[in-house]
Design a protein around this ligand. Structure first.
Ligand SMILES: Cc1cc2nc3c(=O)[nH]c(=O)nc-3n(C[C@H](O)[C@H](O)[C@H](O)COP(=O)(O)OP(=O)(O)OC[C@H]3O[C@@H](n4cnc5c(N)ncnc54)[C@H](O)[C@@H]3O)c2cc1C
Length: 373
C-alpha cells in the first residue's frame, strides 16, 4: 500500500502533468500515475498551436478559459525554463487563417470566423492578395487572402512535456510511469483507492486526466460522459532553410513551421476508435494540401508521419469539475483539438477547485453533470 497522498492524478498527458505541477507548487502532496511513459499520447502527437485570447474581452465560457490559458503560457514557459533548463519552444509566431479559394462561401467562412474571434477579444486583421504574400512570401499566388492573428503561438510538445515532468519532480510531485489504474474503488460517495497491477494508491482526492481513455475509468462507476478517441494524423517535413514564418491554417488543415526548418502538416479528424495507424490516403491528402498552399514544399524531405487520439467530447467542450455523485473525484478530460492551448487554464481552475478557492473563470459550461448518462 502506497503512502496516503493529498491528490492522485490519473493520466500523465499535458492536462495531468500541468495540474500536478500547479497543485504540488501549492504545497500539496501529489502523485501522478501514467499507464505507459509520461506524455506519449495525444499530448505528444499534437502540433502545439496555442490559440490567442484576451482575458477581459472574451465572452464565451470556452473563450474565457482559452484567454486565461493564453495569458499564462508566456510566464509558465519562462518558469519551466528557469526551473528545469528545458526550453519548451514557446514562440509567438502569429498565424494566418487562409481564404483557400476565391469562392464566395470560403469568403463567408473566413469572415464569420474573424467576427467570432473578434467577439472573443482576439486581435486579428484581414490581409488581401499582395498584403498576404508580403507577410508570407512562400504562399501560393492562388490564395486570395487571409485573416492574420499576430498573437497566435506555438510550442514543441515533446519539449514541453519533458519540462513539465522535470518541474513536477522538482516540486516533489511523485511520478509513477508504467502504472495503469485498473479501477477506482468506491466507498459510498467517496473514492477510497485506485487499484493498479502492483498495489492500491490512496489519496484524499482523485483527478481523472486520462484523455481519450477517461470513460473507461468512469464506466465501472456507472457513469459515461461520451468521451471518445478522435484520430489525428500528422506529417513532419523538413526544408534546408526556413520557408515559412507563421502558422498557416485553412479549415481543418494547417502548417506549423519550426525555427529549425521542420514543418508539421496536420491533421485529420477521424472517428477510428483506438487505432493509431496512419493511412496512405490521409498522408497523401495532407502533403497535397501543403504543396498547394506552399509550392516550395514540393522539394521538402518527408521525415515521418504519426497519429494521435484526441479526447473528443459530445459537445466539443472539455469536462472540468467534480464528478457527480462523488465528494472526492474530479475530472479534466475531453479537450479535443485544444488540449495544449487550454492546459494552463485547466490546471489553474482545477487546482483552485481542489483546494476549495473560487475558480478564475466560471466553470458551469464544463460541468460533467451537463452530459452524464
Ligand atoms: C494530430 C494532433 C494535433 C493536435 N494539435 C493540437 C494543437 O495544435 N493545439 C492544441 O491545443 N491541441 C492539439 N491537439 C489536441 C491535444 O493534443 C489534446 O487535446 C491534449 O493532448 C489532451 O491532453 P490529455 O492530457 O487530456 O490527453 P493525453 O495526452 O492523451 O494523456 C492522457 C494520458 O492518460 C493515460 N491514461 C489513460 N488511461 C489511464 C489509466 N487507466 N491509468 C493511468 N494512465 C492512463 C494515457 O496513457 C495518456 O498518457 C492535437 C491532437 C492531435 C492528435
Amino acid at each position: 500500500m502506497a503512502n496516503v497522498r493529498d491528490v492522485l492524478i490519473i493520466g500523465g498527458g499535458v492536462i495531468g502533468l500541468t495540474t500536478a505541477y500547479f497543485l504540488a507548487k501549492r504545497g500539496l502532496r501529489v502523485t501522478i500515475t501514467e499507464a505507459n511513459d509520461f506524455g506519449q499520447e495525444s499530448s505528444w502527437a499534437g502540433a502545439g498551436i496555442i490559440s490567442p485570447g484576451h482575458p477581459r474581452r472574451a465572452k464565451s465560457a470556452l473563450g474565457r478559459l482559452r484567454a486565461l490559458s493564453a495569458s499564462l503560457f508566456g510566464e509558465l514557459s519562462a518558469e519551466l525554463r528557469e526551473r528545469t533548463g528545458i526550453d519548451n519552444g514557446y514562440w509567438q509566431c502569429g498565424g494566418l487563417e487562409l481564404r483557400r479559394s476565391p469562392d464566395a462561401l470560403e469568403k463567408i467562412r473566413v469572415e464569420t470566423l474573424m467576427r467570432e474571434e473578434q467577439g472573443e477579444g482576439a486581435t486579428c486583421e484581414v490581409l488581401e492578395g499582395e498584403q498576404l504574400r508580403q507577410h508570407e512570401p512562400a504562399l501560393s499566388e492562388n490564395l486570395p487572402g487571409a485573416v492574420y492573428f499576430p498573437e497566435m503561438a506555438q510550442l514543441r510538445n515533446p519539449w514541453h512535456l519533458r519540462a513539465l515532468c522535470a518541474a513536477c519532480a522538482q516540486v516533489n510531485a511523485e511520478l509513477r510511469p508504467f502504472t495503469p489504474v485498473l479501477d477506482l474503488i468506491r466507498d459510498n460517495d467517496r473514492i477510497h483507492a485506485a487499484r493498479t497491477p502492483e498495489d492500491r494508491l490512496i489519496a484524499d482526492k482523485y483527478i481523472i486526466c486520462a484523455g481519450a481513455w477517461a470513460d473507461r475509468l468512469l464506466q465501472p462507476l456507472g457513469l459515461s460522459l461520451g468521451i471518445r478517441p478522435i484520430r489525428g494524423q500528422i506529417v513532419l517535413l523538413r526544408t534546408p532553410k526556413l520557408v515559412l514564418h507563421h502558422i498557416i491554417l485553412g479549415g481543418e488543415e494547417y502548417l506549423v513551421p519550426r525555427r529549425d526548418g521542420q514543418i508539421l502538416v496536420g491533421s485529420t479528424v477521424e472517428d477510428a476508435g483506438f487505432d493509431k495507424r496512419t493511412t496512405a490516403e490521409a498522408i497523401g491528402h495532407l502533403i497535397e494540401t501543403a504543396i498547394h498552399w506552399v509550392p516550395a514544399l514540393r522539394a521538402a524531405e518527408l521525415v515521418r508521419a504519426w497519429a494521435g487520439l484526441r479526447p473528443g467530447s459530445p459537445d466539443g467542450r472539455p469536462f472540468i469539475g467534480r464528478v457527480p455523485g462523488y465528494a472526492n473525484l474530479f475530472i479534466a478530460a475531453g479537450h479535443f483539438r485544444s488540449g495544449i492551448t487550454l492546459s494552463p487554464g485547466t490546471a489553474l481552475v482545477l487546482s483552485e477547485l481542489v483546494v476549495g478557492s473560487g475558480p478564475s473563470v466560471p466553470l458551469d459550461a464544463f460541468r460533467p453533470e451537463r452530459l452524464t448518462t
